[in-house]
Design a protein around this ligand. Structure first.
Ligand code: DAH
Length: 358
């Protein structure tokens, strides 16, 4: 009996090595481990028989049994490790990475044509020493109108022009009591710039504006402007003229002709309208310029003393000039786009035709 157990243990010892060598994956190794070492495994069964071994042989056979147990356990662990390494090697060999393969194309968008115009203007004015200053799209009536010398009875303050933010809970909606509106132009940012920045001031103020408009091919309720403001101890209409002439040539080319006409804005005195030779016909006159040969591209003037005062600046010591222009029309003219509404259509078939800026 004790002879027999020793033989059985020796056989299992050899047997286990062969069976281990024959299995091909981790799952099969695990099955073999259970078959040998599990609760009702073959080696476990032999160990149970130790109790009935002759007392003289027990120590020696017990030692052998332990040795076999340890050996089998170690062999299983080694086999698992080598199977793992082999699987990894196989995967690494199969997964080749071709460093020379061309990349998958990534879809990168581009700037909206109006934003490309804005970027161009930022660059031009940057070269003229202007910084960029931005203000909020939701404004107070006080900033949008009063501070700009636009009195309460001025026609531009009509409900028809301005988008009022409704008083919370009012039904039917009525204008908010704190006078919040969507700004109708970027001019209120002039006031904010004067209040925030040290003198002298030399900024452009780009941004989105809103008006309650009957939308058609040349009017939208949402549009973009760039405002400009210079405040210093010695600025003049001559500075404004020279700067705008250079600006027009930078934007439209050296051959662009320009002219100033008298204009009217409550926030500038004197006020001017600034024209460039027609961007479609170049001068002889066409439907685009109303057969005049000229196109008005912006309004400008010397900042009104009341506006300087609203910005906290002493008009007896400082003067300033300001200008404001719409960006959407510049984009239309640049690309020959016939309808302003297309710009806000969010239609990729349209937008992808103007891959301009990134
Ligand atoms: N805020 C004017 C508008 O929306 C444009 C404008 C005109 C701005 C003259 C100015 C300016 O700064 O001096 O029509």
């Amino acid at each position: 009996m004790s002879e027999d157990l020793r033989t059985q243990l020796e056989r299992l010892r050899e047997d286990a090595q062969m069976r281990l060598a024959a299995v091909a994956d981790a799952a099969a190794v695990e099955a073999l481990r259970i078959a040998l070492l599990g609760r009702s495994g073959e080696l476990t069964a032999l160990l149970h028989e130790l109790g009935s071994v002759d007392a003289n042989d027990r120590a020696a056979i017990g030692q052998l049994a332990n040795a076999v147990h340890t050996e089998v356990e170690t062999a299983i662990r080694d086999r698992l490790a080598s199977l793992h390494t082999a699987a990894l090697d196989e995967r690494l060999a199969a997964e080749t990475l071709d460093m020379s393969a061309p990349g998958r194309p990534v879809r990168i968008g581009h700037l909206h044509p109006t934003m490309t115009v804005e970027r161009d203007l930022r660059e031009i004015f940057h070269a003229f020493g202007f910084e960029v200053f931005e203000g909020p799209e939701i404004e107070t009536e006080a900033m949008n109108f009063e501070a700009l010398n636009i009195p309460p009875d001025h026609p531009s303050r009509d409900l028809w022009d301005t988008l009022y933010v409704a008083e919370p809970g009012s039904d039917p909606p009525r204008p908010a009591e704190d006078g919040t509106i969507l700004r109708t132009h970027t001019s209120p940012v002039q006031i904010r710039a004067m209040q925030a920045l040290p003198l002298p001031i030399r900024v452009i103020m780009p941004g989105r504006c809103f008006r309650y408009e009957a939308v058609d091919a040349s009017h939208n309720f949402e549009f973009f402007q760039v405002e400009g403001l210079v405040v210093d101890e010695r600025t003049s209409l001559a500075d404004l003229k020279g700067m705008l002439e250079e600006f027009a040539r930078a934007l439209y080319g050296r051959d662009t002709r320009t002219r100033f006409r008298p204009g009217y804005y409550p926030f500038t005195e004197p006020s001017v309208a600034f024209d460039v030779s027609c961007l479609v016909c170049g001068g002889p006159g066409c439907p685009a310029c109303g057969r005049t040969g000229w196109m008005t591209i912006l309004g400008a003037g010397m900042v009104h003393p009341s506006v300087l005062r609203a910005g906290g600046i002493d008009p007896d010591r400082y003067q300033g000039y300001a200008f404001g222009m719409g960006l959407d029309r510049i984009a239309l003219l640049r690309h020959g786009i016939p309808d302003l509404r297309l710009l806000m259509s969010a239609d990729l078939r349209f937008l992808e035709q103007f891959p301009g800026g990134r």
